[in-house]
Write a protein that binds this ligand. Sequence first.
Ligand code: AMP
Ligand code: MG
Length: 415
Amino acid sequence: MSLETRSAPRHPSLSVDDARRCILDRIDPIDGSERIAIRSALGRVLAEAVVAPINVPAHDNSAMDGYAVRADDLSPDAESSLQVVGTAFAGRGFSGIVGKGQAVRIMTGGVMPMGADTIVVQEVVRIEGDRVIAPGGIRRGQNVRRAGEDLAEGAVALPRGKLMGPAELGLVASLGLAEVSVARRLRVAFFSTGDELASIGRPLAPGEVYDSNRYTLHGALTRLGCELLDMGVIPDRPEALEAAFRDAAAASDVVLTTGGVSVGEADFIRELMGRLGEVSFWKIDIKPGRPMAFGRIGSAWMFGLPGNPVAVMVTYYQFVMDALLKLSGLDPLPQRPLVPVPCTTPIRKLAGRREYLRGRIFIEDGTWKVRSAASQGSGVLRSMSEANCFIVLNEDRGDVAPGDTVDVQLFDGLV
Ligand code: AMP
Ligand code: MG
């Protein structure tokens, strides 16, 4: 489907879900991968599946502290007395064979001694001299972890497209592997547009504001492990913007800009984009962040985000971040997970658009609740910093009364 079909003036606005789908459907993972040490792989996406070169665990071993015995020696309904002939520690096994009527003291992780097939946990036995008395009713094979039970040799331990988190680093290490193959870093070029923008390091002239968007994006993109090309502030002049777009697109996989897409300004940028590539201007039924541009310039994807600092963050997290992850080879969820919680503050909400409010979840009387931040202005970055979640109000939702349940999107993931 062409971008224009969805964004032509005849289709003046697009829902958040449609915009997201349109973006994610169009983009495909980039080519190129590199092998890196596992410690460096945090936050990267696997370019190749990790296949287990060994069984995990490598040997049959004990899941508990206790005694390794032969099930045939145990009476099903009465106590059995066995002679303790040695000890098996984790990492230092028992080298003999457990014979008829014998048992070996064994610690968690100890390799199962030859001849034994069952572990009797230490909590249920009695010791009498060099003998251990096991109760009746022990099942054959109880408390034994089998070789390859977690992962069999040759099985796929982690699929291609997996985002590497702490568990994945540990899992790769548990296979004895030192390196993984990951998608190369995405190259993202970004700049701010606006004649009113001043860079930090000098006093503001009348009417100027400091450019904060490049710093917010620097943080967000660094979190994703992107290679960054910060191109600074570009004034609202067609020649300057054209040169910036050309340079950015030639040097990167993705071009991100902020500002200049609202009514009025958009007109000349729209004309410029039309010449440089295939870029559409969307009105999205979202607050904040209504205007947004998306498309392609040369071989680079282009996202023209709004200028207001909070709108930048909302559109980045709802549209751009998952697109960047998909470019790196990850298959994003159709939506970010939402958690329903009661809201303690009233919210005025217009039906027909999706709103992302800054909220703060807190615990009261043992229950998680959320309140909306006092200021919801799309330029108020401070309230973004005070928030710990977005309150997400769907298109069909009207006003929220205190006590009503709302969906929230948490800022922090645990791992
Ligand atoms: P625009 O979308 O260019 O009309 O910008 C909307 C509002 O966001 C205006 O008040 C701009 O001054 C402000 N703004 C745009 N870009 C930035 C930026 N990089 N840093 C801080 N504020 C910005
Ligand atoms: Mg502007």
